[in-house]
Ligand binder design. Structure first.
Ligand code: 3IO
Length: 340
């Protein structure tokens, strides 16, 4: 390259950088409203990707009027601090997992029972619809701006699990409604939030994990967990919420975009998670770490179904005792699950 060409190129780069920064500055000052959006796990995970997508769409659909500042990775709030963090105004929007805390979210935790959801797309649609229909009291302080679920969790283990006997006494990480599932099948459930899992797996604190399978790649668990038992268990629910009073103060055109996105985001996230995120992780784990899928025999599969059914029945009894319409909720969830 000639010297003159180089200097022209440098000049062009400098000029485009100037244009770029002018553009950014102009846009930043054009934003009338800045919303902080916090999430407890990294941006690269599927809930994190959902957050970025939502932030971009917000900006686009409000023509730059709203700027969303994202705080992934627990930099602002951790999983269990999220709900109070929203109420205290530490963040405008907080994304966390209601099913980590069934005591606080007793009705919507019903989605995270062993109900045989085929995938995250279906469970996410059902969660959104049933929440709008039942308006559970547990969200009364909040405006729910997005909801979705993981795919049903699977057992991912150091040693293959082909039967309840193999699971006997095995320490398996689970959360919320996953804890009684693992215990009912004879395992020993250990509760912890996702960000703590990689270390617990590496150090042998747990010998397996039950959750959605993209974590094999996204949290590098396939390095230690080489077996997936092909039995779908329970989903994790996610909700992104704002304080209701804060939401009410937003201009109507912004609220309308938030409503519009809420109706779309469960399908966007379900599709991303099921078809790209999980599928990609299974292929990567097989190729890079020799992941093996363990099939249950038909007889064992039926046994597991039978072992888990009482968890649903017991949940309904407990919910009804709390005056929560648990039976109506589950009946509607099952009905919506089977609609396409
Ligand atoms: C999850 C939470 C944060 C980021 C990625 C994730 N994939 C699945 C979950 C949900 C979860 O169960 C869990 O098991 O903590």
């Amino acid at each position: 390259m000639l010297r003159s060409q180089i200097s022209r190129r440098v000049f062009t780069l400098a000029a485009s950088a100037a244009v770029l920064s002018l553009g950014l500055a102009a846009q930043a000052s054009a934003a009338e409203i800045t919303l902080k959006y916090a999430f407890f796990a990294p941006e690269g995970t599927f809930p994190g990707q959902q957050m970025l997508h939502w932030a971009e769409e917000m900006k686009k659909r409000t023509n730059g009027k709203v700027e969303v500042q994202t705080f992934p990775g627990g930099t602002l709030l951790g999983a269990r601090e999220m709900w109070d963090g929203v109420t205290m105004g530490i963040t405008d929007i907080g994304l966390s997992a209601p099913s980590y805390d069934p005591g606080r979210f007793p009705l919507s935790s019903g989605i995270a029972l062993p109900l045989g959801f085929p995938d995250a797309t279906t469970a996410s649609r059902v969660l959104w619809e049933v929440t709008n229909e039942f308006e559970p009291k547990e969200f009364e302080r909040f405006k729910v701006i997005a909801m979705f679920t993981s795919e049903p969790g699977y057992l991912m283990t150091r040693e293959p699990v082909r039967s309840e006997a193999d699971l006997k006494g095995m320490r398996v990480r689970a959360t919320g409604s996953g804890v009684p599932v693992i215990n009912a099948l004879g395992g020993s459930a250990v509760g912890m939030a996702m960000p703590e899992v990689p270390q617990a797996v590496q150090t042998g604190v747990v010998q397996g994990v039950m959750t959605s399978r993209e974590v094999l790649q996204d949290f590098r668990l396939a390095e230690n967990l080489k077996y997936v038992t092909d039995y779908p268990m329970v989903v994790t629910t996610f909700a992104a919420v704002m304080d209701k009073n804060r939401y009410e103060k937003l201009p109507d055109d912004v609220k309308q975009v938030i409503e519009e996105l809420g109706d779309e985001i469960h399908a966007w996230t379900g599709n991303y998670h099921d078809n790209k995120n999980v599928q990609g992780a299974l292929e990567w784990s097989a190729k890079e770490h020799g992941l093996q899928v363990v099939e249950l025999s038909g007889e064992e599969y039926g046994k597991w179904d039978k072992t888990l059914q009482p968890l649903v029945d017991q949940w309904i009894v407990e919910a009804d005792k709390k005056g929560l319409l648990g039976d109506k909720y589950i009946a509607r969830v099952v009905e919506l699950r089977d609609q396409q």
